[in-house]
Write a protein that binds this ligand. Structure first.
Ligand SMILES: NC(=O)C1=CN([C@@H]2O[C@H](COP(=O)(O)OP(=O)(O)OC[C@H]3O[C@@H](n4cnc5c(N)ncnc54)[C@H](OP(=O)(O)O)[C@@H]3O)[C@@H](O)[C@H]2O)C=CC1
Ligand SMILES: O=C(CO)[C@H](O)[C@H](O)COP(=O)(O)O
Length: 517
């Protein structure tokens, strides 16, 4: 329950967007005792929510649907000192258009929480725009999908400290709770667009983990010839102890492996069938939200990492795999031309249990590397933007409610990051370095054996190479640097010269005239 203060202050909240997330938020806030006004650009979405209210048994506050945005905004007047909105709409233009529509009815002190996956620069633009009229715009990452939106997500709000102080009791009541300590999975990340930045990186890490696990699934199914039930058992086992314990993506992987078609299907008839087949086999290998621009977070993570000079290959190749997957028609044409080998059953796998143990370690290694890469982007941005993000807090809010929750990884990373506020390179943390080192040979062996039988392993191989070159002192870039000096007089640093080796990240003073012009 929200504290007495918060409950007194906010008796009603306005939810903008009644899609998968917004509709669930409406019910969650109602259960917290707030009356909820719901508006959506699509009348049918409002009707759907209102239909559900008729069957809902746990509502405490009223839920009222509105087709008119003016009536929606007016419904929030007179219930407390300020109006409180939560936006849950597609990123970009939708939020701007709703802000434009409600702006005439906004008053000094009103607070808008943007719970969409928005680009942090757009969040900052809206913060400036709202500040001019005394309204606070908070960019708030919401993670955990629609199930968590209903029962408690991980929240990463960023923006004005005073406004956040007012709504924090409500957000604490709404958020997921750390199962170990009961602590709420929400904290003020920092000023400006920092909250949306952290959510963006969360989704980048999520991408690296999703690809890693999908590759492991295919490795088991095609490479080791395991059926879905067997793979489900492996995921369940992995999730029960050790480095992959209480790992959300592994746990839902086990669920997916066991989900069969039923005569009725789900509540709207999807997955109906009497053949006893698996719902997964109704799913095509196309991820399209990057192509249709309904989601931008993984792409922005890649762009941010490159522009802030942080190496994030696991997250990046995961994104490119998604992009390649989206256009299946084009892949079909290319496949006919390229005649690539396809993954096949591995030969001579005598000890499957040993391979599975190596695969578990490889998955863990790639998950941990995904966290390192994402956290380094946050650390860099926090320094660049002066946000002062406590990265230990990021691990805390990712302990429950969110997609990347990974108990073991949080246990390793949170303590050192909570004490060292300026840690820029996660591989400097002794425990992290030790874990990556300990699991490297398993990852290498999985990649080696997988290559022989043509398994798909972009994230696993990217992680392997990442660890080699991030911790390598004899990189082939020596030759690259010479070539660039040859054709572009780009100059170089010299071995053994103080101030150059290792020296700062600065162009070297030497140029050799390899070939006069
Ligand atoms: N699904 C998830 O797991 C998560 C999603 N998010 C983010 O939450 C937000 C909502 O996602 P989700 O509920 O999944 O998406 P949905 O597509 O289900 O809902 C998006 C909502 O935005 C509305 N919308 C679209 N265009 C406009 C517009 N021009 N003006 C006003 N409203 C518009 C949609 O209306 P219409 O139906 O007419 O298109 C719909 O109600 C997104 O920003 C998403 O990135 C965050 C965390 C998790
Ligand atoms: O934000 C999320 C979870 O954290 C949503 O599930 C989101 O839809 C994931 O999509 P994408 O990978 O394209 O960001």
């Amino acid at each position: 329950m929200p504290s007495a203060d918060a409950a007194q202050r906010f008796k009603r909240i306005g939810v903008v967007g009644a899609g998968s997330m917004g509709s669930m938020m409406a019910f969650a806030f109602s259960e917290l005792g707030l009356d909820v006004s719901v508006w959506d650009v699509e009348k049918a979405n409002v009707d759907k929510v209102m239909g559900w209210t008729k069957k809902a048994k746990t509502m405490k506050g009223k839920i009222e649907g509105f087709y008119s945005i003016d009536e929606f905004t007016k419904s929030l007047e007179g219930h407390g000192p300020e109006k409180l909105f939560i936006f849950s709409v597609t990123h970009g233009h939708p939020a701007d258009s709703v802000l434009k529509m409600i702006k005439p009815d906004l008053k000094r002190g009103d607070i808008i929480l943007d719970g969409g996956n928005e680009n942090y620069r757009r969040t900052e633009r809206r913060q400036r725009e709202c500040e001019e009229i005394g309204v606070t715009w908070i960019g708030m990452g919401v993670s955990g999908g629609y199930q968590s939106a209903r029962h408690g997500p991980s929240l990463s709000p960023g923006g004005d400290a005073k406004a956040l102080e007012l709504i924090m009791p409500l957000l604490e009541a709404y958020s997921a709770k750390d199962p170990k300590t009961g602590a709420p999975c929400v904290t003020r990340i920092g000023p400006g667009g920092s909250g949306h930045f952290v959510k963006m990186v969360h989704n980048g890490i999520e991408g690296g983990m999703l690809s890693t696990l999908a590759e492991a699934w295919s490795y088991m199914h095609i490479g080791l010839g395991m059926d879905y039930e067997q793979i489900g058992d492996v995921f369940t086992e992995w999730n029960s102890k050790g480095e992959l314990r209480n790992n959300y993506l592994v746990s839902i992987g086990a669920d997916i492996m066991k989900t069969k078609r039923t005569p009725e299907g789900d509540w709207h008839g999807e997955g109906a069938g009497r053949d006893g087949g698996y719902v997964l086999d109704d799913v095509l290998d196309k991820v399209v939200q990057d192509d249709d621009n309904t989601e931008g977070t993984p792409l922005w993570s890649v762009m941010e990492s490159a522009s802030r000079h942080v190496s994030t290959p696991t997250l990046t190749v995961a994104h490119y795999l998604r992009i390649a997957s989206g256009n299946r028609a084009e892949r079909d044409r290319a496949a006919k031309k390229l005649q690539m080998p396809t993954p096949r059953l591995m030969e001579n796998t005598r000890d499957r249990a040993a391979v599975l143990e190596k695969l578990r370690k490889a998955v863990y290694c790639s998950f941990l590397a995904s966290f390192c890469q994402g956290l380094e982007v946050i650390a860099r941005a926090s320094e660049d933007e002066g946000w002062g993000i406590n990265m230990g807090n990021c691990l805390q809010i990712w302990r429950a409610g969110c997609i990347i929750q990974s108990e073991y990884i949080a246990d390793i990373l949170q303590p050192p990051l909570a004490t060292n506020k300026h840690m820029m390179n996660m591989k400097f943390i002794d425990e992290v370095a030790l874990e990556l080192n300990n699991n490297f040979s398993a990852l290498k062996s999985i990649v080696l054996e997988g290559i022989v039988s043509d398994q798909y392993m972009p994230a696993l191989t990217a992680t392997l190479e990442y660890l080699k070159y991030e911790g390598g002192m004899n990189l082939p870039t020596k030759f690259m640097e010479a070539q660039m000096d040859y054709f572009g007089a780009h100059s170089y640093n010299k071995p053994g010269i103080p101030g150059e080796d290792p020296g700062p990240v600065r162009k070297g003073p030497h140029h050799y005239e390899w070939k006069p012009a």
